[in-house]
Design a protein around this ligand. Structure first.
Ligand code: PBG
Length: 322
């Protein structure tokens, strides 16, 4: 008998056979592009730590979203940066706030593009935390009221999906109830269920001007060391009415993405966050890695782990490659 009888390299010998046996395929329609919207007109203010990304006024946002749509990108995720921040994040649930006006403009100008909104308070509070501060901590139940109001104003403005990212207990139920009571039974909730207190959000907090002014987010976001707790969070969110579940960040948490995919039969999303994006960009700018290959490999790994939906700042660039 000849050795070896098994030769896995046979199935790698040409591009044609590699194409034939490839298990994981990326599709632009599964990408969601996060975008940052600011007050003003004609504004496209580059975000230094996130090459290719900018804070956009609504007119520029419409252009950017139109381009993403033309490339087949599945949707956009909106983050608003208000002119005025206060203790109680009132800009987040102002029916005429920055995000609410952005949603209306997008629905008017790019009606077929899926608009997802981030429902968090941190961009709207003067202290940068994700809710009401009581005794130096974020008060869970007061914050639920803000989130429910914000999600409702997003739905009323025309948002296709609302996505709470605050990690308060009970937020999905509070949002579901507010939406249903107002007649928005059809608006789905994409819950940031397993959102970790991660160092990889650094560049985002610059982009969204949302860094906490004191302390950190560890009393509400999850401990990076925990996996079983993520399953509990996801179970609770499903029981409260979440339609889709998200894991965030993505690459350092692929085990959680895989566990989510194996345990729950709803679409699983993963957010390749700002730090993941910026690390790849920075290494590529130094000539240390190939940008396009690292981009596609990172996205493929996230999909292979079980994420059907990927939120990524590479959405347009990756769609162009596909
Ligand atoms: C809001 C929010 C954050 C991100 C998405 N929604 C920041 C945070 O929790 O501090 C991070 C996204 C990214 O890093 O790309 N709470």
């Amino acid at each position: 008998m000849q050795f070896p009888t098994e030769r896995p390299r046979r199935l790698r010998a040409s591009a044609a056979i590699r194409d034939l046996v490839r298990e994981t395929h990326l599709q632009p329609s599964n990408f969601i592009l996060p975008l940052f919207v600011v007050e003003g007109e004609g504004i496209r203010k580059p975000i230094g730590s996130m090459p290719g990304n900018a804070q956009l006024s609504i007119d520029e946002l419409v252009k950017e979203a139109g381009e993403a749509h033309a490339l087949g990108v599945g949707g956009v995720m909106l983050f608003g940066i208000p002119k005025h921040k206060d203790e109680d994040a009132t800009g987040n649930y102002d029916p005429d706030g920055i995000v609410q006006r952005a949603i209306r403009a997008l629905k008017r100008e790019v009606p077929k593009l899926l608009v997802v909104t981030d429902v968090c308070n941190c961009e709207y509070t003067s202290h940068g935390h994700c809710g009401k501060i009581v005794d130096d901590d974020v008060d869970n139940d007061i914050t639920l009221g803000w989130l429910a109001k914000a999600a409702l104003t997003h739905a009323q403005a025309g948002a296709d999906v609302v996505a709470p990212s605050d990690m308060m207990d009970g937020r999905v139920a509070a949002i579901r109830e507010a939406l249903d009571d107002a007649g928005y039974q059809k608006t789905p909730i994409l819950s940031y269920s397993a959102k970790y207190a991660s160092a990889f959000y650094g560049p985002f907090r610059d982009a969204a001007e949302s860094a906490p002014q004191f302390g950190d987010r560890r009393t509400y976001q999850m401990d990076p060391a925990n996996a079983r707790e993520a399953l509990k969070e996801m179970e609770l969110d499903l029981a409260e009415g979440a339609d889709m579940l998200m894991v965030k960040p993505a690459m350092p948490y692929l085990d959680i993405v895989k566990a989510a995919h194996e345990n729950f039969d709803v679409p699983i999303a993963a957010y390749q966050v700002s730090g993941e994006f910026s690390m790849i960009q920075a290494a590529a700018m130094n000539g240390w890695i190939d940008l396009d290959r690292a981009m596609m490999e990172s996205l493929t790994s996230i999909k292979r782990a079980g994420a059907h939906i990927i939120l990524t700042y590479f959405a347009k660039a990756a769609a162009r490659q596909l």
